[in-house]
Design a protein around this ligand. Structure first.
Ligand code: BTN
Length: 272
C-alpha cells in the first residue's frame, strides 16, 4: 500500500517547496545535507517513512516504527552568523507546537528549550539543527524534525518520558502525516520569516509556551536557579538563587529532579 506520506511531495510542491520522499533512508538530515550541497533551494524538504540511522542531539539515535512518525528535514539558508543560529531549533519547535496543538485541543503542548516539544513532561517531538559553514558564514542549516504521530508504545527506557499524538488521544484524521507535515512546514515558513525579521522577539513568542519557564534548574558548576526565558542568541536565562542572572548554553543546564525540587521549594510548579 502506498504510504500516506508519499502524497506530501505534491502537496508541499503546491505550497512552493521542493520535496523528496523516501520509503526508507538512513537519515533525512543526511539526505537534505547532500541535496543542499548539490544546490537545493532554501525550503527544500526531505521526508521518509523509515530512517535506519535517525539521529537526535548529542549523537543519540532517533528511532520510530515505520509509518508511526513524521521524519522530515528542511534545508534553510538563513542570512545569520553561525553564533546566532541556536534559536533556529526553538523557531522550529514553536512551528511544530503550532501544528500539533490543535490536534490535541484538550492538552497543553509546549516547547522545552533547547529542542523539544512536550505534552505535560513527555516529549512528543524533537528538533535537530545541523549547520554547514562556508568560510565564516552559514551556507545552510538543516532543520530535522521528528514527531511521534501514531505510536502506541516506546522502549521501556524512554516510555516514562515519551508520548505521541495517538497516545495523547488524537484520532484520524488528526494523525494524517501529510496534513501534519504541511501544517508544520507552513508554520515554520511563517516562524522563520518572523525570527529573521526580529530575532530578539523570539523570547516573547516562546514565553506563553515555555515548558521550562519558572522551572528549577542546575548549572554544570552546581549553582541552582530558575529558568526565566530565552535570550535572543538562544541561551537560556537563569535567575540564580542569589538573584544574579546568567545565560546558559544547551548542555550547560539541567532541570533539577522533581523530588529534590519539591523538597527545596514547595511552591515550584510544572505540569504533569
Ligand atoms: C532530538 O530530540 O534529539 C532531535 C530528534 C530529531 C529527529 C529528526 S527525524 C528527521 C531528522 N532526521 C534525523 O536523523 N533526525 C531528525
Amino acid at each position: 500500500m502506498a504510504s500516506d506520506l508519499a502524497a506530501s511531495v505534491r502537496a508541499l510542491e503546491a505550497i512552493g517547496h521542493a520535496a523528496r520522499y523516501f520509503p526508507t533512508t538512513g537519515s533525512t538530515n543526511d539526505d537534505a545535507r547532500a541535496w543542499a550541497a548539490a544546490g537545493a533551494p532554501s525550503g527544500a524538504i526531505v521526508l521518509a517513512d523509515e530512517q535506519t540511522a535517525g539521529r537526535g542531539r548529542h549523537g543519540r539515535t532517533w528511532s520510530a516504527p515505520v509509518g508511526a512518525s513524521l521524519a522530515l528535514s528542511i534545508v534553510t539558508r538563513p542570512d545569520v552568523a553561525p553564533s546566532r543560529l541556536a534559536p533556529l531549533a526553538i523557531v522550529a519547535g514553536l512551528a511544530v507546537r503550532e501544528a500539533i496543538a490543535p490536534r490535541l485541543a484538550h492538552r497543553r503542548v509546549r516547547v522545552k528549550w533547547p529542542n523539544d516539544v512536550v505534552v505535560g513532561e513527555k516529549k512528543i517531538a524533537g528538533v535537530l539543527v545541523e549547520a554547514s559553514l562556508s568560510g565564516r558564514a552559514v551556507d545552510h542549516a538543516i532543520v530535522g524534525i521528528g514527531v511521534n504521530v501514531n505510536r502506541s508504545s516506546f522502549p521501556e527506557e524512554i516510555a516514562h518520558r515519551a508520548t505521541s499524538l495517538s497516545l495523547e488521544g488524537a484520532r484520524d484524521p488528526d494523525l494524517d502525516r501529510t496534513a501534519i507535515a504541511l501544517d508544520v512546514v507552513r508554520a515554520f515558513d511563517r516562524a522563520l520569516v518572523e525570527w529573521l525579521a526580529d530575532p530578539e522577539a523570539l523570547g516573547a513568542r516562546l514565553a506563553p509556551h515555555d515548558a521550562l519557564r519558572d522551572v528549577a534548574v542546575q548549572l554544570e558548576d552546581g549553582r541552582r536557579g530558575v529558568a526565566v526565558g530565552l535570550e535572543g542568541d538562544g541561551r537560556l536565562r537563569v535567575r540564580l538563587d542569589d538573584g544574579a542572572l546568567v545565560l546558559a548554553l544547551a548542555g550547560e543546564v539541567v532541570p533539577v529532579p522533581r523530588a529534590r525540587r519539591d523538597a527545596a521549594s514547595p511552591n515550584d510548579h510544572g505540569d504533569g
